[in-house]
Design a protein around this ligand. Structure first.
Ligand code: NCD
Length: 330
């Protein structure tokens, strides 16, 4: 398996690397449930969270993941960074790199921002925490961990993703992950919220939500991304959107007993998902949040463990595996 130097997108990951991250994350779920939520794995490492777009789950889980593994974690947001004074991403990147971080996590409205930084930030590792409508790899890895908990294995399963596909980096990363991990994706959306030529990803397309439900193992609801909608006419009204594309109890009743409900958050209750569905026993939405911390711990461990994240390359076995073998990870 190739060592992980950066985590820029699912596109850059191989099946074995995804599997390795899932295997690393699984035992780390327990760490957050302990009375003392601390392990020494990343002691002495520096992690910078650079968030130019709002975030609750992703930013907090990266911060907790780093801190629970004993790294020093710094948070920078758009409102407190020098970009407010006109500094370019290139200069911000060089400035932060001069402080010798091991990992730089970036969320940005611009697609390609993480790839851009990775091009010159070496030896620091770069993690894409969401770049415009392009990719959101750690959300999808978190979803796979959650689905693995529900089913054991995702391969051969069908995940139906519903809503604002056109603006969703989560949907895009799932389409890429489905090819690596052998699951099927169905997309349900109004025609105005489907990207052009999306069928080349090999997924099934539906404009009728009811017709897509039978045979779905997961119903994955997406937020309508008002901040990325260029016009207000992508669908007639919130009420009509909910009627046609919202998940309510009637629709959930059309699904098999085993079918689970996911949402990456933040939810628009009453728009893409009814409140009783969001809070019902088949909803795994809060499991996604909990697993997000473990998956981000796994990503940070794999990156720092590769020996390339701001320190000299180690020979032989990857440091992450060595730490596990010595039992020091937990
Ligand atoms: C998603 C995102 O930011 O892309 N949320 C998240 O990271 N938990 C989805 C969204 O914003 O709708």
């Amino acid at each position: 398996m190739k060592p992980l130097h950066h985590l820029l997108g699912i596109r850059e990951l191989e099946h074995d690397q995804i599997k390795h991250l899932l295997d690393l994350a699984q035992p780390l779920i327990g760490l957050s449930r302990r009375p003392i939520k601390k392990a020494p794995a990343l002691r002495g490492k520096t992690i910078i969270n650079l968030f130019f777009e709002s975030s609750t789950r992703t930013r907090t889980s990266f911060e907790l993941a780093g801190k629970r593994l004993s790294a020093d974690v710094i948070n920078i947001s758009a409102s407190t960074s020098a970009t407010r004074k006109g500094e370019s991403l290139l200069d911000t990147g060089h400035t932060l790199a001069a402080m010798q971080p091991n990992v730089l996590i970036i969320r940005d409205t611009r697609a390609g921002a993480a790839h851009f930084l990775a091009g010159f930030l070496s030896p620091a590792a770069v993690v894409n925490a969401g770049d415009g409508a392009h990719e959101h790899p750690t959300q999808v890895l978190t979803d796979l961990l959650t689905l693995q908990q529900a089913w054991g294995d995702v391969s051969g399963r069908t995940i139906t993703i519903v809503g604002d596909i056109a603006h969703s980096r989560v949907a895009r990363s799932h389409l890429l992950a489905s090819a690596r991990m052998g699951y099927h994706v169905r997309l349900v959306a109004p025609k105005t919220l489907l990207p052009v030529q999306v069928e080349r990803f090999g997924c099934e397309l539906f404009t009728d939500f009811d017709a897509a439900i039978e045979g779905s193992d997961a119903l994955y609801m997406l937020r309508v991304q008002n901040e990325r909608l260029e016009s207000a006419c992508s669908f007639p009204s919130v009420r009509e959107y909910h009627e046609a594309f919202g998940l309510n109890m009637r629709r959930l009743g059309l699904a098999g007993e085993h079918t689970v409900v996911l949402h990456p958050g933040p939810m628009n209750r009453g728009v893409e998902i009814a409140t009783d569905v969001a809070d019902c026993a088949r909803s795994r939405i809060l499991d996604q949040v909990e697993n997000g911390v473990a998956m981000r711990m796994a990503v940070l461990t794999a990156l720092c463990g590769s020996g390339l994240a701001g320190s000299r390359k180690r020979s032989g076995r990857h440091h992450g595996q060595a730490m596990e073998a010595q039992g020091t990870l937990l």
